[in-house]
Design a protein around this ligand. Structure first.
Ligand SMILES: [Zn+2]
Ligand SMILES: [Zn+2]
Ligand SMILES: [Zn+2]
Length: 344
């Protein structure tokens, strides 16, 4: 993620800044310019969820990010407002990352995902919420914005990493596959060669995963145990990792750090064409960043090992996603049966 400057006083601002702390200028994020601006009409959700994007999405005065949310959580339970706000913040971050590749931006004429944000605790009692993607709709459980809940589930599912932005990067991957890439010439043939046959019974694969755990030696070819459950989950997990790594690299350079592995200080990770170069740079960074975290007694920021076979998969996703939707036909999806949810 890029860093920003106050349009008034040039102080450093950040992606979610609402006000410049130095000069008190109110700022908004303009997704077309990918920059913070003053004097913009704010999103109608600014007060409700601290959305700092400018209006422009719909008649209700929502921004391009908030307009994609077609169901907001029940507010009858204390704290749901804050959990929703944090969840939407992660959504905006993911959308800005994808916009750097042209996805869902002003020049993208293709279809958009829809988001439902649901709460486990409502004014009328407890609800079961399954996160997942189906038919263009991404369902998000706002409870996962609560770190206590999230860490408990991370332990329960034996995962090294679990975040709200990770959920968004995973679920949007399912959307892009089904609704934007599936019918692109050559895509599914290459997908099957690298990730396996996505027509394998999804329900049976997921049930088997939760009964028996991941396959033996999954670490050799899969970025996570869950990725080994089915080719669709391999795609979604690998896609999420491409975004994790590209965004770490982008942020590292944007804040002014440097590395001997980057000869060119103007290297722009979101514009990288050579995925091997991007991956080598990002993985070097993660080794150093993990060490930094250890110096504060924190767990690793990127607790993963990328084998050559995993890097090949990430490169495949990079090839199809980093070139964005430009020039691609948006054929009507005749995609196969879509997975119900992730049950995670
Ligand atoms: Zn300022
Ligand atoms: Zn908004
Ligand atoms: Zn999934």
């Amino acid at each position: 993620m890029q860093s920003f400057e106050c349009p008034q006083c040039s102080a450093t601002l950040f992606f979610d800044s609402l006000v410049c702390k130095s000069c008190r200028t109110v700022v908004s994020y303009d997704p077309v310019r990918a920059d913070l601006v003053g004097n913009a009409t704010p999103c109608a959700n600014r007060d409700a969820i601290s959305c700092n994007w400018q209006t422009g999405g719909d008649e209700a005065g929502h921004c391009e990010a908030c307009r994609l949310t077609t169901l907001v959580p029940d507010m009858g339970s204390p704290g749901n407002d804050a959990l929703w706000a944090q969840s939407e913040s992660a959504k905006r971050w993911m959308l800005a990352n994808l916009a750097a590749w042209g996805w869902f931006g002003a020049d993208d004429a293709g279809p958009r995902p829809e988001f439902h944000f649901l709460a486990e605790q409502t004014g009328t009692g407890a609800e079961n919420v399954a996160m997942g993607h189906k038919n263009g709709l991404v369902t998000i459980n706002i409870m996962e914005a609560d770190p206590v809940v999230r860490i408990a589930r991370r332990e329960q599912f034996n995962e090294p990493y679990r975040t709200m932005i990770g959920h968004f990067r995973h679920e949007i991957a399912h959307y892009i596959l089904f609704h934007r890439l599936y019918n692109q010439p050559g895509f599914i043939r290459q997908f099957r060669a690298i990730m396996g046959d996505e027509r394998d019974d999804y329900g049976a694969a997921i049930s088997s995963y939760y009964e028996n755990g991941p396959i033996d030696d999954w670490q050799q070819s899969f970025v996570s145990g869950y990725a080994s459950s089915h080719p669709h989950e391999d795609w979604a997990e690998t896609f999420a990792h491409l975004l994790h790594l590209t965004d770490i690299a982008d942020t590292f350079i944007a804040v002014g750090f440097s590395s001997i592995d980057v000869a060119d200080k103007n290297f722009l990770p979101y514009q990288a064409v050579d995925s091997e170069h991007l991956l080598s740079f990002a993985t070097e960074l993660t080794i150093g960043l993990n060490q930094l975290n250890r110096s504060m007694g924190l767990s690793d920021i990127y607790p993963f090992v990328l084998t050559p076979s995993i890097r090949k998969k990430i490169s495949f996703v990079h090839k199809w996603v980093s070139s964005g939707p430009a020039g691609r036909l948006d054929l009507k999806p005749n995609s196969p049966r879509q997975n119900e949810n992730d049950s995670i």
